[in-house]
Design a protein around this ligand. Structure first.
Ligand code: NAG
Ligand code: NAG
Ligand code: NAG
Ligand code: NAG
Ligand code: ZN
Length: 426
């Protein structure tokens, strides 16, 4: 019996091996184009359902999003299966080889059905906890991340108030999300392993890998170049903040407490500019008063005109019709985090941003419009090629533009500051 079983197993293995993979690259290309059209439609529906949710967090919209992720899973699985009928590892055409390798990856659809549903529930639950979190300071007014807490951190100068905001925001978000997040990470790593990676980190880094290029080493090198400057800047800013808030508020470890940098993530330091200016004579370039005289649409319009002045594309009518450019006033919960979205139909591109009228958001608008510009530039390519050159590239496009509009020269040119002085100190 055992012998019979073994020999039939061997036969089965032979049959599986003999079921030869398709080596025809023309056929592969033809399927790839068909796939691309189908993917655009699936992605368009996903984007619309997702939009309904992120601009209106309700249980119903959350449920629809979960349902559609199940439909999309079937599509992803089918695509992976169909791609795997080709011998793509031996393709001559390197583009096709790379794209097929990507399509053969099932992502989280590689998980069991139960775990797939679970990870989607976790992801959407985490997002909604973060989007809906609110603090109560005096017991009556509710404070959201945007605009209230962001504003309070940016302009607040009372140490204990700032600490209260920072700590309570973490308690209302991070602490509440912790357990679910840990489970989410577990499942994400399991999916990565099922797709042949050691963990999600390796999968993410794979997006940057090219043959003969060491991504990690390159980043180390860049960071080493930047480090001396960063250390000086850090030390300088710290000394100025110490002088203002008192040295007793700073730990011996040398860190700057995160609540003192004017930003919930201590990421953008522009809001403490007034505390850290180097010389009496130096004045901050402040376009905020002029920006406050504009409407939010005008800010986006000025940004669009900046792009077209460079010979780039103007946004579509759908952009103006469908975007959410400010926080809705009807009280519905939305995910305020600024984002630019591609609806994969070549004309529907949207920004979701709870824009405020100030210099910081003026720059953010340029960043987000950088994403839209990239979408516009590649809108006529096949679906798989409508993406950044690597996962970081999109952010870089936006930031190149954002940096160039922050200069006094540009701000004067668009009439947002009257005059400025080149100042080299002293
Ligand atoms: C928000 O979603 C609910 C469904 O949960 C819907 O009834 C309502 O009309 C939506 N509101 C807006 C402004 O889209
Ligand atoms: C996968 O192949 C099957 C069988 O040829 C076909 O019916 C299906 O439409 C294909 N799906 C995709 C997404 O390519
Ligand atoms: C791969 O094939 C496509 C379609 O024929 C072609 O457009 C592309 O230039 C080829 N790429 C390479 C690297 O040969
Ligand atoms: C943008 O501004 C220009 C010039 O002021 C105006 O002609 C155009 O109608 C504006 N567009 C939008 C969408 O507001
Ligand atoms: Zn971005």
């Amino acid at each position: 019996m055992a012998k019979y079983l073994i020999s039939s197993l061997i036969l089965l293995v032979i049959i599986v091996c003999v079921t030869t993979l398709n080596t025809d690259e023309d056929e592969a290309w033809a399927w790839f184009q068909e796939y691309s059209d189908a993917a655009s439609i699936v992605e368009n529906r996903r984007a619309k359902i997702n939009w309904a949710y992120i601009t209106n967090i309700t249980d119903y919209n959350q449920q629809r999003e979960l349902e559609y992720s199940e439909i999309r899973k079937e599509f992803t699985k089918q695509v992976a299966q169909n791609a795997s009928t080709f011998d793509f590892n031996n393709f001559q055409n390197s583009t096709l080889k790379r794209e097929f390798k990507r399509l053969a990856n099932k992502g989280t659809a590689a998980l069991s059905d139960i775990k797939f549903t679970r990870i989607n529930k976790l992801a959407i639950g985490l997002e909604s906890t973060y989007g809906k979190a609110k603090l109560c300071k005096t017991g009556k007014t509710e404070l959201s991340l945007e605009p209230e807490l962001t504003q309070m951190l940016a302009s607040g100068r009372n140490h204990d108030d700032l600490l209260w905001i920072w700590k309570n925001w973490r308690d209302a978000t991070g602490k509440v999300m912790r357990e679910d997040y840990l489970e989410f990470v577990e499942l994400q790593n399991e999916a990565a392993r099922l797709n042949g990676y050691t963990d999600t980190g390796e999968y993410w880094r794979d997006g940057y890998s090219i043959e003969g290029y060491d991504f990690r080493a390159d980043l180390e090198k860049l960071y080493d170049q930047l480090r001396p400057f960063y250390k000086e800047l850090h030390t300088y800013v710290k000394s100025k903040l110490k002088a203002y808030y008192g040295a007793d508020k700073f730990p011996d470890s040398g860190h700057i407490p995160a609540h003192l940098l004017g930003d919930m993530w201590a990421l953008i330091w522009v809001n403490v500019e007034d505390l850290v200016l180097p010389y009496e004579s130096s004045k901050p370039v402040n376009a905020t008063p002029a920006i406050q005289k504009l409407t939010i649409r005008e800010v986006f319009n000025i940004t669009d005109e900046f792009f077209t002045s460079l010979g780039l594309e103007t946004v579509t009518q759908e952009f103006w019709d469908n975007s959410m450019l400010e926080k809705p006033k009807d009280g519905r919960d939305v995910i305020c985090h600024a984002d630019a979205l591609d609806f994969s139909d070549g004309k529907d591109f949207r920004i979701k941003q709870c824009t405020r009228l100030n210099m910081e958001d003026f720059v953010t608008v340029h960043h987000e419009m950088g994403h839209i510009q990239y979408y516009l530039q590649y809108k006529d390519l096949l679906y798989s090629f409508r993406a950044g050159a690597n996962p970081g590239f999109h952010e870089a496009v936006g930031d190149v533009l954002a940096l160039s509009v922050s200069t006094p020269k540009h701000l004067k040119e668009v009439g947002l500051i009257d005059s400025y002085e080149e100042n080299y100190g002293g």
